[in-house]
Write a protein that binds this ligand. Sequence first.
Ligand SMILES: [Zn+2]
Length: 229
Amino acid sequence: MWDSYGLTQYSVKTGSFVEDSRGRWYVCLVVDSPQQDKPTAIQAIGIDLGLKDIATCSDGTVISNPKFYRKYEQKLGIAQRAKNKNRVRALHAKIANCRKDHLHKASTMLVKNNALIVVGDLSAQKLVKTKMAKSVLDTGFSALKTMLKYKCENAGVMFEEVNERFTTQTCSSCLRVSNNSPKGRAGLRIRVWKCECGSVNQRDLTSSKNILALGHKRLAVGITVLSGR
Ligand SMILES: [Zn+2]
């Protein structure tokens, strides 16, 4: 074995050989990971996971959603018509790798900069049933959520999942469900709306702020229960 990763510094526990769809072989080794440093970040953020942007954060950070599939769609079509199976497989692998890389970078950045991360419980399954199926499958926001969850665990960052019903409809200033807020599928196009209280809500940002508030609320309840013992 050519040990370019410096694996000798770890104690290897188990391992297995894996072949990918392109017929390439990999060896996967299980090792003890070194102790992580204590998190130094103190911020808390709520994240609205979505389609247009993969994540809109309550601090204003937006993680875009590059359409990797659409980028390679034409090349895929050419390869498919030419019945070039190897090329098709290679392109699919390339798309999957681009997507994974993007999500890993985003999740690592979010976990590094925060002490508490709150996300909504939006299920990808629910959205796949609608017309947006293709773009839902392309964003992989459920993959982002999974990455956030295990990276938070590893880094000692708190991770909360809250019921995100009404988070797009509630004004983040007065906390009321406004008559002007977007409702149901017809409301999906509404990106900005003005509440009766006068504040202008940007759909995804408002949602992420409400998600963060719900996370804080849940944690506060948890603390009350503990101190009551
Ligand atoms: Zn309001």
